[in-house]
Ligand binder design. Sequence first.
Ligand code: B12
Ligand code: SF4
Length: 565
Amino acid sequence: MIDLALLHAPSVVDFRKRATLWGPISDLVPSTPVFDMYPIGFATLLGHLQTLGYQARIVNLAARMVRSAHFDPRLAIEALDARAYGIDLHWLPHAHGALEVARLVKESHAKAPVILGGYSASYFHRELITHGCVDYVLRGDSTETPLACLMAHILEGSQPEDVPNLTWKDRAGRIRVNPLTWVPETLDHLTLDYHPVVRSVIRDRDLVGYAPFSHWLEYPIMASLSVKGCTHRCSICGGSAFASRHMSGRARPAYRSPERLAEDVRRLGRMSRAPVFLLGDLRQAGADYARRFLNAVQGFDGTIIVEFFRPVNRAFAEALASALPNFIAEFSPESHDARVREASGKIYTNAQIEETIAACLGVGAKRFDLFFMIGLSQQTPDSALATVGYCRSLLRRFDDGRLIPFTSPLAPFLDPGSMAYENPTRYGYLRHAQTLEDHRQLLLQPTWKHMLSYETRWMNRDELATVTYEAGFRLNRLKREMELISGARAEETESRIQEAQILMAELDRLIATSSTAEMAEALLRLKPRIDRANTSTVCDKQELDVRTGIVPFKLVNLAKIGLGL
Ligand code: B12
Ligand code: SF4
């Protein structure tokens, strides 16, 4: 028997039986629309518990379900034998799946406690703990130490009065909310090298169960975490300085020291040829932090993806390129329209956006991914579509194929804890969901448009969907015209967008005219068409993938880690 099994659920547990037009909700992340990626924290929780001598493992139920139609999560859970089960409810789109998996655990292992954690669990902890299938909720953005403390209580059979950040039910069934006092000031106590995961994969002989997301085995990507929390206050972000303070009790970000971060990157480079995604803007902790990191990582020649939360100047781009010659840049100005951008909390000019692109491409960035969003405060349909016009002007100027613009909707939900969520009127949002249960119900709607938890003063749900498809359509044609994608790929995306629009109209008509039973029957009839239209709706996900060569992993080094050498 192991001590803890960490389980990752799909967003909706019976997604394979349902006909849901998921639309573009996951177009810009490596996951499928059921968000089969688990939080990076699973690796640090596993590492921390193993260091203390606990036996733990990860099972990515979502990835296994995506990869095999025959994989039965109920049977897989039944086959597990653990003293406790942990489930992430980090991203709110897991509101349905996480609770259903908790129920399945209780059906097979009635006596084993179920622990939930993550941003959304932290936000909705009081509601979550009222569910019979949830025994504990660990709040905050750093739960390694509190979880170890809770595990000690579970193994001893004692009451977890002293476990920081814990919401729980005592033996009399009373709800207890322990203070949120575990808020580490740095990330240096964490093991971020994935060695425990590699060893566990070998021990449990279950590569797919540990895969961070379903198509990771074909397109692996590794992540290094520089920071928890953020210095910025973007209005729609549930991880902003504002949200972190309220949800995780965090007054300032916690950083990984620059030298350790560089060592994390190098270790990942020794394990695989996959690109390393460096999470967090290196300049957040100040110029000195960035300088120390770049010194320490100097000469790393693997592909590394760096993100910028604000514009970059030529001097920083040069320093970056000299330390990391194979860097890819990611930048999310959200809109080309200064008024909209400012309302979302990003205060800089279009000239600065262009300087950033010019600086990075000028010093040899391998690629520059530029992200825009639909569903923002102050954003009208015309403004959202004009963003594509702006992309045209950028692509004319930066025309060597390295600049790749993307657009996607803010979907399916407004982030809980964000300024826009907490104060919707001020930002022009109309919220359709208040409780966790409201969000859970939204996930069962037949289309992503009906799932949206918000509308704005400038666009209702219908407009948000129409404008998203139209912007996707125009951007796809633009990419074809500028030869960023092949004709065949552009045609495929275009026909998927058109089919999705037809299906949306058909489903709208059915919702307006059918009874529940008729609707269920019609949905099943449409399922094959809906499933075909579901991946890569407004752009081809593969545009984000980084090719790694035939053998992405360094097998000898992995074997050494597995053997503890
Ligand atoms: C990095 C990041 C990503 C990476 C994820 C990398 C990864 N595998 O974790 C990428 C780019 C892939 C991503 C994708 C998405 N993201 Co994101 N992401 C972030 C970002 C910038 C940092 C997150 C972070 O610091 N994580 C580190 C810390 C906080 O978490 P952690 O170590 O993984 O986990 C700890 C705790 O959360 C907790 N915990 C987590 N799970 C569990 C489980 C148990 C049992 C326990 C006990 C504890 C526990 O303990 C862990 C260890 O200390 C935040 C913004 C921010 N500044 O916070 C947004 C953020 C978390 N993302 C968000 C969203 C909405 C998404 C998407 C749904 C967007 C979309 N529609 O595509 C997808 C979902 C992806 C999926 N599951 O498939 C929202 C979440 C709002 C909400 N509450 O739902 C945020 C807040 C802001 C935003 N809008 O981007 N994201
Ligand atoms: S969107 Fe990015 S920069 Fe803005 S608050 Fe969130 S994590 Fe920070």
